[in-house]
Ligand binder design. Structure first.
Ligand SMILES: [Zn+2]
Ligand SMILES: [Zn+2]
Ligand SMILES: [Zn+2]
Ligand SMILES: [Zn+2]
Length: 269
């Protein structure tokens, strides 16, 4: 372990003098001992520090240091305060909330929105640009709603602001199956911290179908989620029993998953 000051000093040594990015193995040095990163090295015919044209050699001790310390996320300047080892930083940077993410209306629902930005700015974007009736809703507790004009080819989507988080829910009927997926929009590791309960029921204690599932991450591919069965999937004939005059009433409840992490599916008829 290193102190914060030592850590800063090591990071300073790991900055490439050409591109100013952090060097990662293989790190090469000139015969005098000046380092350059492996991306810049092939474009150089002399050392950028001392102009020496002699042989480049590996700097193994600096490579060992590089493998042992945490690097700050590439999005540090725009707000990410996390740091990671060389082995884990690429995974994080691919999902970092502060990198530019595609709008979920485009990523998941293939709509014509070309916004891309950091997740902390997504709420404002949705409020300003996706504000037709049914586009988004702000909630506290269970959410009772209806799907209108439901048919064997319908699809619907909605952003839900609740629990100080953003969720994006899709419903669709495809190949005779009614699907519902609730996506958590945020760091991937946080999606399992929430669950959603989906419930359709007939009035006055009649039949009901209910599911309770972990929310999916919006970083994941919707087709993989559906293929993997990690969502509500009910035969359309079963859902049809609950449709009255083209309207399907149902309830969605998103809540923190404090109790258990296991996926729990329940079907009551
Ligand atoms: Zn470089
Ligand atoms: Zn040199
Ligand atoms: Zn980050
Ligand atoms: Zn958008």
């Amino acid at each position: 372990m290193t102190s914060s000051l030592e850590h800063q000093l090591i990071l300073r040594e790991l900055k490439c003098p050409v591109c100013m990015g952090y060097m990662t193995p293989p790190i090469t040095q000139c015969s005098t001992g000046h380092n350059v990163c492996s991306s810049c090295r092939p474009r150089l015919d002399h050392c950028p520090t001392c102009r020496n044209q002699l042989q480049w050699i590996r700097n193994l001790s600096l490579e060992n240091l590089a493998a042992a310390i945490n690097y700050p996320c590439v999005n540090k300047m725009v707000g990410c305060s996390e740091s990671f080892t060389l082995h884990t930083i690429k995974d994080h940077e691919g999902q970092c909330p502060y990198r530019n993410h595609t709008c979920p209306y485009r990523k998941i629902s293939k709509e014509d929105c070309f916004w891309a930005g950091p997740l902390p700015e997504l709420k404002t974007h949705v409020q300003e640009m996706h504000n037709s009736p049914g586009d988004h809703v702000e909630l506290d507790g269970p959410f009772k709603t209806v799907l209108r004009n439901i048919s064997e080819t319908s699809s619907f989507r909605q952003t839900i602001f609740t629990l100080n988080e953003i969720f994006y829910i899709i419903w669709e009927v495809r190949d005779d199956i009614f699907y519902c997926v609730s996506f958590h929009i945020g760091p991937k590791k946080n999606s399992s911290k929430f669950k959603y309960r989906f419930r359709v029921s007939k009035r006055r204690g009649g039949e009901s179908i209910s599911y309770s599932l972990k929310t999916s991450s919006f970083m994941d591919d919707v087709e993989e989620i559906i293929k993997g069965g990690d969502c509500v999937a009910i035969h359309y004939r079963s859902v049809e029993k609950f449709i009255k005059n083209g309207v399907l009433p149902f309830e969605i409840y998103i809540f923190p998953n404090d109790v258990t992490n296991s996926v729990e599916k329940r079907r009551e008829m």
